[in-house]
Ligand binder design. Structure first.
Ligand code: NDP
Length: 417
């Protein structure tokens, strides 16, 4: 099966490593903006895999550039591990070239000052009640087109969204008649030794964290100020951490796909140093996405900041400690209340030893490969646009154990108040 991977950053590095271990992928084209990165990765992996690896340059912001490459290569499936800004151009190119589409993050506009985008965004904020720049409406709107083309688009197969959504489908299938409460807990206990750095693309990460929080309750969104809701939790393998409620994209799809759910919240851990730096950068305008003139040249503050911060890929060899990501479910089974916690613990140093990337990229890249394999191998079939929780979770859960992200179930978890 011919796979085309777009992007060659931290997540792509892990996903491609893992694709090389899975015999379903016989040919892999690594295509990204900077071809030298693709060449270096292909050279490193070629001696260890049966898959035929090739590389190319592509501008994923341009449908023409994508269509040109895809019509030459003719991929069965395209894995988008570039940036969320490119989701729609890549989906358009897949439709034009007859390829299935897989990604790990929902569409986000790069230029949030574009008046056409802003008008749609503001209408959505009013109708739905959350103000995040990203949401699923743009990609769900492709459902009819993928159905008509007989192609599959699988959205959000990273860890969160991705594994957290598959955990939910698994809990629904094996542990509950009805799930009423879902708390998604994302803990990174890793230490890279820098006072401030982001574990994945700084622009995407800082936009997400500095935005308002929100959660789903009784059929509607409740929005909070950034970092307004704080809890402490003692994570297995990591220890006690402060965590904060954020808006997160899988809340939107789980609210749609899990019947009877009453509340869905998402918490992520942050240390004090990270928050102090982020607040300061925000206060001075360094997180702004609107271009400003500086010494006769137009610059976007957050892009300039990205150039100053450590490259997330460079954190790998320095990061020690573990991540623990999972979901606590509360609901009903056979008329009785039940609580279940499903989670994974991943070690930064072991991830780096295996793939050259730390655990944040590892925990995203492994499920990116697994979701792609589900589509490419025909285990998950269907024409249209899907989120991962809409398919049978069992083969995906088995693959998580096989490919490096084993999960555990606790039947008596400490709950988050
Ligand atoms: P990186 O910034 O490390 O990598 C992005 C890659 O995409 C780079 O190789 C970059 O090229 C390439 N790229 C960017 N723009 C273009 C373009 N216009 N054309 C072609 N290639 C382009 O990001 P990550 O690997 O950290 O993240 C990848 C994706 O994974 C993101 O969408 C992110 O949101 C998502 N993610 C999902 C998570 C989940 O759990 N679901 C968690 C973490 C991340 P270049 O090398 O030239 O910069």
């Amino acid at each position: 099966m011919k796979l085309m991977v777009i992007g060659c950053g931290g997540v792509a590095t892990v996903a491609i490593h893992k694709c090389c271990e899975n015999p379903v992928f016989t040919e892999i084209l690594i295509a990204s903006r900077t071809k030298s990165k693709c060449d270096a990765l292909a050279e490193k992996l070629a001696p260890k895999t049966q898959a035929k690896l090739t590389t190319a340059t592509v501008d994923a912001d341009s449908k023409d550039s994508l269509v040109k490459l895809m019509s030459e290569y003719k991929p069965h499936t395209v894995l988008n591990v570039a940036l969320p800004y490119q989701d729609l151009t890549i989906m358009d190119a897949c439709l034009e070239c007859g390829a299935n589409y897989v990604d790990t993050a929902n569409y986000e506009a790069e230029d949030t000052d574009d008046p056409e985008w802003r008008a749609i965004y503001e209408k959505r904020c009013k109708e739905k009640g959350f103000t995040a720049y990203f949401d699923y409406s743009w990609q769900w709107a492709y459902d009819e087109k993928f159905k008509a083309a007989g192609l599959t688009a699988l959205l959000g197969t990273g860890f969160d969204p991705g594994v957290t959504s598959v955990y939910t489908a698994y809990a629904q299938k094996h542990y509950f008649d009805e799930i009423h409460y879902i708390d998604i807990l994302d803990c990174n206990g890793g230490d890279h030794g820098y006072p401030f750095a982001t574990n994945f693309n700084p622009e995407i990460n800082l936009r997400e964290v500095s935005a308002n929080g929100s959660y789903w309750e009784n059929g509607h969104w409740v929005e909070t100020k950034p970092m307004e809701i704080k809890r402490e939790y003692n994570f297995d393998g990591v220890g006690m951490k402060d965590m904060y409620l954020l808006h997160h994209e899988e809340i939107e799809s789980l609210a749609k796909n899990i019947p009877n759910v009453k509340r869905i919240r998402f918490f992520m851990t942050f240390g004090q140093s990270y928050l102090t730096h982020m607040n300061c950068l925000q206060n001075v305008g360094m997180l702004n996405t609107t271009p400003i003139m500086f010494e006769g040249k137009e610059i976007v503050p957050i892009k300039f900041l990205k150039a100053l911060l450590p490259d997330p890929a460079s954190l790998g060899p320095r990061t020690k400690g573990k991540t623990n990501i999972g979901c606590i479910f509360r609901g009903i089974k056979d008329g009785k209340e039940r609580n279940i916690y499903i989670y994974n613990i991943c070690d930064h140093e072991e991830s780096y030893k295996e793939t050259g990337a730390q655990a944040v990229s590892y925990t995203t890249g492994v499920p990116a490969m697994i979701g792609t394999a589900m589509v490419a191998g025909g285990t998950w079939k269907g024409a249209g646009v899907f989120n991962v929780e809409e398919f049978d979770p069992d083969p995906y859960m088995e693959a998580l154990n096989k490919y490096g992200l084993p999960w555990q179930v606790s039947e008596n978890p400490v709950l988050v108040e």
